[in-house]
Design a protein around this ligand. Structure first.
Ligand SMILES: Cc1ncc(COP(=O)(O)O)c(C=O)c1O
Length: 410
């Protein structure tokens, strides 16, 4: 592993990379492997692989208890979960969603044949801005989907008030917010329903998977049937359904990972503190701070790069890190409104989404989780500090590389 004493040592300028192996954002957190394999062995022996099996049943019970919510229906993933929830809640027409989110939020709306209407986000929390939501409501609006981005809850109170005032359905995309709270109550209890993702990259995973949490018994039973083709009996469907069931193997992973949740959380929390310490005082690099009086999963280390101060752009810093094998990500670049099919249908949406546009240019997410150690974090922070403290020189060297890429062997 190359030690960096000057910018000449950066791998992008020909030095040895800082890491032997790539460091990824969202490398899976995996609990006790022996326990997982034992559970999967039992699944195989039972020959009950899916369809309301004992692992899914136990997993749902544990989720309900953890979240303090009446109903929690396991799903094959959050994208299907969002679609099912929106349909089961009776949304149609226009649905207001933040533009700064993973594309699945918007795609879920569009896939149903509804129209996602992109709303700007708050510059501090990065979650949907309630003041902007109200301006977008039309006679065709039926719902709002708030996203608890980075595990930071939306302004739940303001969104609930807007939904109530205008007779709209309110759903939360809680893909990032498993094991997080709002005003001391667990995420999963708000709006009409909340949808979690248990994708491999999330704080808590079931390989692929998700869940719909709700305190509405009717909604929960509609969702239960819809995820299983609409079956209400052996030979009878009572509505349109699809296949969004979680498999027993995924639930076995879920049960195993739930047992390691405190350990995942402690690792993430210590990594977060290591980043805070390591990045402290670097001009122009702002790290998103989590509210430590609430439950947070610390799964995302989110930087905002203020280019006038760093001299280097977010993308230049990303390129420097990638050369060192630190695969930092520009989430959620370039903003949903600039991705297809939305870029073609609403080409001017950016003009009313200034915060999203700014964040899409500035945000850089760094690796954390159980696959990353505080020692590695120290090295990552050291790279950023060295690059920014020699911002002018580094930028000039990068310009030189761009002018003559073949000489640098790129
Ligand atoms: C904000 C957000 N919503 C929805 C999803 C979709 O989740 P899944 O991959 O479980 O379908 C993700 C991530 O994958 C996400 O980050």
């Amino acid at each position: 592993m190359g030690i960096k004493n000057s910018i000449d040592d950066f791998a992008i300028f020909g030095g040895e990379p800082s890491f032997d192996q790539q460091l990824h954002v969202g490398r899976p957190n995996i609990g006790d492997k022996e326990l997982l394999l034992k559970r999967i062995g039992e699944v195989v022996d039972r020959r009950w692989l899916t369809n309301a099996g004992p692992c899914v049943d136990e997993f749902e019970q544990r989720l309900r208890k953890l979240l303090g919510v009446r109903h929690c229906e396991a799903m094959c993933n959050a994208t299907d979960g969002l679609q099912l929830a929106m349909r089961a809640m009776g949304m149609n027409g226009e649905v207001i969603v933040p533009a700064f989110t993973f594309i699945a939020t918007a795609h879920a709306v569009q896939w149903l044949g509804f129209t996602p209407v992109f709303c700007d986000v708050d510059s501090h929390t990065h979650t949907i801005d309630p003041a902007r939501v109200e301006e977008l409501i039309t006679p065709r609006t039926t719902g709002i989907v708030g996203v608890h981005l980075w595990g930071q809850p939306c302004d739940v109170e303001a969104l609930e008030a807007i939904a109530m005032r205008h007779g709209l359905k309110l759903l939360f995309d809680a893909a990032h917010a498993f094991d997080c709270s709002w005003r001391g109550r667990m995420i999963g209890n708000f709006g009409g329903a909340e949808v979690f993702s248990f994708h491999a990259t999330k704080f808590f995973n079931t390989f692929e998977g998700g869940a719909i949490a709700t305190n509405d018994a009717d909604l929960a039973s509609r969702v239960q049937r819809m995820r299983n083709f609409g079956f209400a009996g052996l030979d009878q469907t009572d509505a349109l359904g699809t296949n969004a069931k979680m498999s027993e193997a995924s639930a076995a992973m879920g049960l195993t990972n739930l047992e390691s949740l405190p350990e995942f959380l402690e690792t993430n929390r210590l990594n977060y503190l290591a980043y805070r310490q390591g990045l402290d005082g670097i001009t122009g690099i702002r790290m998103l701070e989590y509210d430590r009086s609430e439950k947070r999963n610390y799964q995302y280390i989110v930087l905002e790069i203020e280019e006038p101060h760093t001299i280097l752009s977010r993308d230049e810093l990303q390129n420097i890190l990638w050369a060192e094998r630190v695969l930092a990500r520009r989430y959620f670049y370039p903003g949903c409104h600039r991705m297809e099919p939305y870029a073609s249908t609403t080409p001017n949406a950016g003009s009313r989404l200034p915060v999203t546009e700014r964040l899409a240019q500035r945000v850089l997410v760094l690796p954390t989780g159980t696959a990353v150690s505080p020692e590695q974090i120290k090295t990552i922070c050291g790279i950023l500090r060295l690059a920014v403290s020699h911002g002018g020189d580094t930028a000039r060297r990068l310009d030189g590389l761009r002018a003559a890429p073949q000489q640098a062997g790129r």
